[in-house]
Design a protein around this ligand. Structure first.
Ligand code: HEM
Length: 482
């Protein structure tokens, strides 16, 4: 009965799409989990076949026209996030809260901590972490080995962001070959996202039975998720249990704010669980994986293009002639070519390939000139903007120069890596700072040679975040003499 209603009588029955998708939401589960289809690829294929608006599940529409992005994600639309998608993240922090009013206060309290001026005042923390990172690259080079930059960038970012946000650094960068259990578990647990999204009971099982011997029969990606939770749990305990932490912590520390009753939805005291959830978002899921992935992607492209490398180094030398005197972040962000590299990296890295679905409010909405009834889930993956040939000529090519052309300013509004609207990324300033500093320090301090014996691949699959399938990026990093 339900299937007949969905196909013939549902308010969305006039929208094109595969008949299976219109019938039941299990169709997407079948495609993604059973057939192992990559959802990003599937969306592109379906748009080619069915046009600009597709019905991808009984109550879900995806839009391909890039001009629609700002119609969905803008400051006026305080629409709920789709709980079906976000509950699978298992985060009861503000990232996972579907309703805007629930997060409004917390966002307002955290805004000053993530403001540009707060970051400028605290930037020395990042320089310290970069020194440690660069020392590790130097030591690896001295031992005649290439460095795993895919993990190295994540380690740097995890250390820098946790220090900034919690005043605690877990020294992931110091681990041999950057083989940090936290980051490896994070990476390997990503495929479990697709399972969790369709079968939410898995989240419950993992939360409650992670130590049970029967967990060994679950796929390795679920076991990695259990491990990830355990590591984060113990780190969160360390953060909370150290009484001197708050005194030593930088002003950007979010702990005192988390202790605030109003911000924690009036829950009386902060618990390990709160910190755990926040930290998963702030310094694990986003910071380390997303920033690390972006830095790896940008580096991969630059290393494959001698001209780009020389141009970047030439520009860096203009503000950083003496290796012992690194320029401040505010100087670096004024460099046009470095800025172009950062932007192009964000455009071409599939940082959040998933469609960040929003629920149309009950009064309905007009999107792309079409009336959409309330309750429908609508979204557009940022890749449909970033890879649009109408906006970015030769969109699949890494071309920082595109951001330097006389008419480049008009491209800025199409860079939507941090999304837009009331639920856009709160860590945008922090992310930009880490990216500028990491690129500048790496390319100014080192000369690179790709490890040909371990050819890296940029092939990935969508599991909310991108999950890279091939070998990590391994590079020989020889220090520049001056
Ligand atoms: C290159 C790096 C990053 C990218 C591309 C990125 C991207 C995004 C995107 C697209 C969203 C919107 C998600 C949604 O609509 O559900 C988001 C949300 C968020 N990001 Fe980031 N992010 C990055 C780094 C960071 C960092 C470093 C932090 C903080 C330390 C951070 C904190 C957050 C938070 C708290 C939210 C949730 C906002 C809300 O739900 O109201 N992000 N990010």
């Amino acid at each position: 009965m339900r299937i007949i209603y969905n196909v013939y009588f549902h308010p969305l029955s006039r929208f094109p799409g595969p008949p299976g998708a219109a019938s039941t939401k299990l169709w997407l589960a079948y495609m993604e989990v059973w057939k192992g289809v990559d959802l990003t690829e599937l969306r592109f294929q379906l748009h080619d076949k069915y046009g600009e608006i597709i019905r991808i599940a009984p109550d879900e529409l995806h839009f391909s026209n890039p001009s629609v992005y700002n119609e969905i994600y803008n400051l006026n639309n305080k629409w709920d996030k789709d709980h079906r998608l976000y509950r699978a993240t298992d985060l009861d922090s503000f990232f996972g809260s579907p309703r805007y009013p629930e997060v409004e206060l917390r966002r307002a309290v955290f805004n000053p901590l993530f403001s540009k001026s707060a970051i400028l005042k605290t930037q020395h923390l990042f320089y310290e972490r970069l020194d440690v990172f660069c020392d590790a690259l130097r030591a690896q080079n001295l031992a005649g080995k290439s460095s795993n930059l895919s993990l190295g960038f994540k380690c740097f970012s995890a250390d820098a962001t946790s220090l900034y946000c919690f005043g605690a650094c877990f020294d992931q960068t110091l681990l041999r070959d950057f083989n940090a259990p936290l980051l490896v578990a994070m990476e390997q647990s990503l495929p479990s996202f697709s399972l969790r999204k369709h079968f939410n009971v898995i989240v419950w099982v993992v939360r409650n039975f992670s130590d049970h011997p029967l967990m060994s029969i679950f796929p390795s990606t679920i076991r990695s998720l259990c491990l990830l939770y355990k590591i984060l749990d113990s780190q969160a305990k360390k953060i909370i249990c150290d009484p001197q932490q708050l005194e030593k912590a930088p002003p950007s520390n979010i702990l005192p704010k988390l202790l605030n009753h109003e911000v924690t939805n009036r829950r009386p005291v902060i618990t390990t669980k709160h910190i755990l959830r926040e930290s998963q978002v702030l310094f694990c899921a986003w910071s380390s994986h997303v920033i690390g992935t972006a830095l790896m992607t940008g580096t991969y492209h630059i290393l494959h293009n001698q001209e780009m490398r020389e141009r970047l180094l030439g520009e860096l030398l203009t503000v950083w002639p003496d290796l012992n005197q690194p320029p401040r972040y505010d100087t670096l962000e004024r460099l046009p070519y470095l800025t172009a590299v950062v932007k192009e990296t964000l455009r071409l890295t599939p940082t959040t390939p998933v469609g960040l679905a929003r629920v149309v409010p009950c009064e309905g909405a007009t999107i792309s000139g079409v009336r959409i009834p309330g309750g429908v889930r609508v979204y557009q993956s940022s890749l449909f903007v970033h890879l649009s040939e109408d906006i970015f000529v030769c969109a699949s090519d890494f071309m920082p120069e595109r951001w330097l052309r006389p008419d480049a300013a008009k491209l800025n509004r199409f860079l939507v890596a941090f999304s837009d609207g009331p639920r856009s990324c709160q860590g945008i300033n922090l992310a930009y700072c880490e990216m500028y500093l990491a690129f500048a320090h790496l390319f100014r301090r080192f000369d690179f040679r790709i490890d040909e014996k371990r050819p890296a691949s940029l092939a990935w699959k969508e599991h909310f975040l991108p999950y890279y399938i091939g070998e990590h990026l391994h590079v020989f990093c020889s220090p520049r003499p001056s």
